[in-house]
Design a protein around this ligand. Sequence first.
Ligand SMILES: Nc1ncnc2c1ncn2[C@@H]1O[C@H](COP(=O)(O)OP(=O)(O)OP(=O)(O)O)[C@@H](O)[C@H]1O
Ligand SMILES: [Mg+2]
Length: 113
Amino acid sequence: MKLIIAVIQPHQLPAVKKALYDAQVYKITVSTVLGCGEEKGYHETFRGVDKEVTLLKKIRLEIAVNADFVESTIAAIIKGARTDTVGDGKIFVTGLDDCVRIRTGERGSLAIG
Ligand SMILES: Nc1ncnc2c1ncn2[C@@H]1O[C@H](COP(=O)(O)OP(=O)(O)OP(=O)(O)O)[C@@H](O)[C@H]1O
Ligand SMILES: [Mg+2]
């Protein structure tokens, strides 16, 4: 089992959701986060003071999958999020020790899907 964490541009979320759906990945957690890649941010005025905003709004996806879904999930995220522009995002893949479905007590691979 792997936990796939992706940070993407907010406006690409609908395309990523569709690509994941098409790849039969239906269970995802989505959060709004602040992030900073190598973009230099933008300027914002608050109470008359101009301020450089270096943390940009991003969407974070968390998707736990069995081994046979890792590559198709990564491909779907890329399909939906890639615009060939800096800041398109990043995908992190990490091992996942266990998963528990609270309702049934099922564990591991059985509980993920
Ligand atoms: N090494 C990292 N550790 C933690 N978060 C990261 C890392 N790299 C990128 N992120 C997160 O992903 C978001 C998008 O990153 P981004 O796409 O700008 O990566 P990048 O390495 O700068 O690539 P690019 O050159 O395509 O912009 C960042 O705003 C940040 O939230
Ligand atoms: Mg960047």
